[in-house]
Design a protein around this ligand. Structure first.
Ligand code: GLU
Length: 281
């Protein structure tokens, strides 16, 4: 009887030890890194005219992939899997993706469900309207229809900032933008850079304009499974490496620099963030 109990205990212990393996180790063992990225949030993650998944977040993921190849000391396959604002937390929790680099704001509420990397981009929420619109700020939204994405902070923020507006939440930001183009909503709201991305994807970009001040603060972090410090520290070290070897600045310049479709008026703040990450070992 006693030996049976010991055997059972040993089994339970080895099972829990097996579960405790870090995502980082699993990636090395399996030789595959599955990264959750957006397909609907230009310029962070979207499908370009050649059908390729590209964007700022995609390039960050590709850098993490390089560091994985180095630490695993073998070739690692990279799979880019679509996540949306609504399903990204669930996908990270259930292991459908190893991480989500998906324009996600690091909030304490979300930290009840997932962990975040260090902050790697800063933005804030604004409005996108048709050029002829009389909407100039959130004050003009009473009785108006505003489109955004399900499960986003944008959805929660706009309900508080404009309580008399009707909020219509779509599965994807691209759907919200189509609704604006077709006149089914009067405005689209989310982080300003995604709004710039949607505007830039229009056949005639001058048909749309961003209006009003920022009415929220959106610091982006990469979503990771909770309580896996080996994996989280690895991702943070990778971000730190990008911050010090010039890669982050190069990626930033590629997507938001002068002359790009998504040029940011004042990129200084975001660009300097990785410099504040912990130093590499
Ligand atoms: N950054 C905001 C969020 O995490 C809005 C953009 C998005 O939905 O990805 O909810």
């Amino acid at each position: 009887m006693k030996s049976k109990t010991i055997l059972l205990l040993a089994f339970v212990m080895s099972a829990s030890l097996a579960q405790a393996a870090s995502v980082r180790e699993d990636i090395c063992t399996q030789g595959k890194f599955v990264a959750g990225v957006k397909f609907d949030s230009p310029p962070f993650g979207y499908v370009d005219e050649n059908g390729e998944t590209v964007g700022f977040d995609v390039d960050i993921v590709k850098e993490i992939h390089k560091d994985l190849i180095a630490i695993c000391k073998k070739d690692i396959k990279l799979e880019l899997k679509q996540v949306t604002s609504k399903n990204r937390i669930e996908f990270v929790q259930n292991g459908a993706v190893d991480l989500a680099a998906a324009s996600a704001t690091a909030t304490f509420a979300r930290m009840d469900s997932v962990d975040f990397s260090n902050v790697y981009f800063l933005d804030g929420q604004r409005l996108l309207v048709k050029s002829g619109s009389t909407i100039k700020s959130i004050k003009d939204l009473d009785g108006k229809k505003v489109g955004t994405a399900q499960g986003s902070t944008s959805e929660a923020n706009i309900k508080i900032a404009a309580p008399k507006a009707t909020v219509q939440s779509f599965a994807q930001y691209t759907d919200a933008f189509v609704a604006l183009q077709q006149g089914r909503v009067d405005a689209v709201t989310t982080d300003s850079t995604i709004l710039l991305g949607l505007k830039a994807s229009a056949p005639d970009t001058s048909d749309y304009k961003l209006v009003g001040n920022y009415f929220s603060s959106e610091p982006y972090g990469i979503m990771l499974k909770q309580n896996d410090s080996k994996w989280r520290n690895f991702v943070n070290e990778s971000l730190s490496r990008m911050g010090t070897d010039g890669k982050y600045k190069a990626i930033f310049k590629k997507w938001f620099g002068k002359g790009t479709k998504f040029n940011l008026p004042d990129p200084k703040t975001s660009q300097n963030i990785p410099g504040e990450f912990p130093v590499r070992r």
